[in-house]
Design a protein around this ligand. Sequence first.
Ligand SMILES: C[S@@+](CC[C@H](N)C(=O)[O-])C[C@H]1O[C@@H](n2cnc3c(N)ncnc32)[C@H](O)[C@@H]1O
Length: 312
Amino acid sequence: MYAEINKMWPDEATVRSIDAILKDDWLLDLQPDVRLIGERYPGMDDAVRRYDEIHERAKEKAGPNGKVDEREMFRMLAHPGLFALAAAARRHFILDGVALAVGVLRHFALSGPVLDVGCHIGVSTNILGRLAPNRIVGLDPVGVAIDSARKLSADLPNVEFVRAMLPWKSSTQFDLVLCQDVLHHVERSSHPNLVTSLGDLVCEGGLLILSADDVIDRSWLRQVGPVLQKVRLGYVGSDVLGGFGGNPPQFRASTAVLLKKGEATTIPMDLASISAREWDAHFKNFANEPTRSAREKTQAFERSTRLDGRSL
Ligand SMILES: C[S@@+](CC[C@H](N)C(=O)[O-])C[C@H]1O[C@@H](n2cnc3c(N)ncnc32)[C@H](O)[C@@H]1O
């Protein structure tokens, strides 16, 4: 019988170290520190102007109800200063996703390779490479993002990056695959192929952390459930990522499922209510404590504090 996923989170010191790396090295804070970003990356005004122009053009091209082509945005955000400005809005999700991945690596004592799918400029890949001795591979189709990722993690001998996209064939199978906030950027019709590929990339007994808006959607579960069964990815548990953040800051959550290769259990259809129960039973009280600092209002901080036995 597997331990519940919310016991797999790392200790509070680890969560604090992830937060510090995000803030100090990646300049990813609750709100972007524009002065600091400008000092580290001169020429930000021009970069922001170009980004805004390209964003406007992409929106115009898409039309009022069309889908904006995000590829150009992802290319622009390969600039680490622009990335710090824009991705601060996702700081709580990134922090929680990395923390859960570190916790799962430690909980199952996984020593084999780890794949970070849709790594962009490699924030999560980098932090995993610092906190775990495993070989960590980041994968992303955006060439300039991979170029940035390689530069920004050049000091980490256990970290490497590949420019490619799912579905991806590799001679390596991974002990852990992290796939966070990628699927909902890809057309749903291709999800079965992407999920099949994820299944091929996980080694026997290995794990997949999958977080995307789609996973709590019953119609997605009906579409992708049979594919998961075919590639023998079964449900171990689910938990929540996110908390307080964004611009303007608000409470937002997403669901992550932990799947294991060789496990037969299917993902439950009531994932959304499982996530809501977790939030209501624990996180709400934690976040509402008057002394709780805004930066700590994320699932990773709450779980680690609860697990360390220091509150609740
Ligand atoms: C919102 S970012 C998420 C980055 C990172 N996983 C995180 O959570 O911070 C989505 C990334 O997925 C990448 N992506 C899109 N389609 C992909 C595919 N088929 N295979 C791998 N990555 C893909 C994009 O290039 C982009 O860098």
